[in-house]
Design a protein around this ligand. Structure first.
Ligand code: ADP
Ligand code: MG
Length: 322
């Protein structure tokens, strides 16, 4: 065994994470890692958004050759929750990280995990204020719970889409499995800037894929949608994936998960401005419109006379047999 693989005790592991997480004192953290619980002070005039996400080895990530590093797993375990808070128009504040580690992963892997977790926390202004640590005979499991804040009454929900709204997405979509999925960059600044600048009716982050995530907005809002194929921003990685999968790049852009871009609906005049200007140097595309009729359709283009085809929902379901 190399020194990096020498099993460490629970207390050594916690000390390693605590040391990695050490940063400048924050006014909103009265007490962080080290006691039975953290003591935190919410910003006045805000409501809290509380979310959690669980990553399991060989289900959400693979370790070793060609797979994720410990740093990747640490980064992503927090990033996915920051993306959820951002998609509600909130700012991420405090996280706890709980880990189940097989003995062989308590050395160098854990150091890398702590580095990735704290790098992501620092990048997005999140304080890591606690967690739990246990051994396990099974795979690595990392669970992060995150609290964010949003001005009272201003959380952007999935159920606010209205007939006639423009459907917009940030960035470009598809093919994240080519590598982007390992270190997602949640669009927190973009989301905060968006909600400051205009009335966002509904918003969701693209974790399962456009077809599936827009479907959640439609279900929650009780509306339908037309998506215009020629307006969907296709990422270069979607073309790469297409070369090996044999599926069209558009299919990757519509149905691949883990883009962690934002999908939101606004009125059409607002959409026109956003498409022209972008947000925080990121492109915004208008990919379709919300309809009162509940159909969920893919059309070749906005002006197509041709009838649309039903949009299949391509998202991943952990309990659906492969
Ligand atoms: P308790 O027995 O009261 O649950 P622990 O010994 O589990 O306390 O944890 C001690 C301190 O270390 C607590 O403040 C806890 O939040 C923190 N902690 C434990 N595991 C982690 C972790 N994986 N990441 C961050 N902080 C942790
Ligand atoms: Mg504990």
């Amino acid at each position: 065994m190399t020194p990096a693989e020498t099993p460490r005790s629970e207390f050594e592991i916690i000390a390693a994470i605590r040391d990695a997480a050490r940063g400048p004192r924050r006014a909103d953290v009265t007490l962080g890692i080290g006691d039975d619980g953290a003591v935190l002070s919410p910003p006045p005039g805000h409501e809290l958004i509380f979310t959690t996400d669980l990553l399991v080895e060989d289900r959400h990530f693979r370790l070793g050759e060609g797979g994720a590093s410990g740093f990747d797993v640490g980064w992503k375990s927090l990033a996915v929750s920051i993306s959820d808070v951002a998609a509600m128009g909130g700012r991420a504040l405090w996280a706890v990280a709980s880990v189940a580690l097989p003995a062989a992963r308590t050395g160098g892997f854990t150091d890398d995990l702590a580095q990735g977790l704290t790098a992501c926390a620092q990048h997005y202004g999140v304080a890591l204020v606690g967690g739990d640590t246990t051994g396990t005979p099974g795979p690595v499991i990392v669970n992060v719970a995150l609290v964010g804040a949003v001005p009272t009454g201003r959380a952007v929900r999935r159920d606010g889409a209205r007939a006639g709204d423009a459907i917009c997405v940030t960035g470009a979509l598809g093919g994240s499995l080519a590598g982007r999925h390992l270190r997602p960059n949640p669009r927190q600044d973009i989301a905060l800037s968006l909600v400051q600048r205009c009335a966002v009716h509904a918003m969701i982050d693209l974790s399962d894929g456009l077809s599936s995530d827009l479907g959640h907005v439609l279900d929650a809002s009780g509306v339908g949608a037309q998506v215009w194929a020629d307006r969907v921003p296709v990422h270069d990685d979607a073309r790469l994936s297409s070369a090996t999968s044999g599926r069209p790049p558009l299919a990757h852009a519509l149905h691949d998960g883990e883009d962690f871009e934002l999908l939101f609906t606004v009125d059409t005049a607002t959409a026109r401005d956003l498409v022209r200007d972008g947000v925080c140097a990121t492109t915004v595309s208008c990919v379709g419109r919300i309809t009162a009729q509940r159909d969920y359709l893919l059309l070749p283009s906005r002006d197509a006379d041709a009838r649309g085809e039903p949009m299949g929902r391509g998202g991943h379901d952990h309990f659906r047999p492969a």
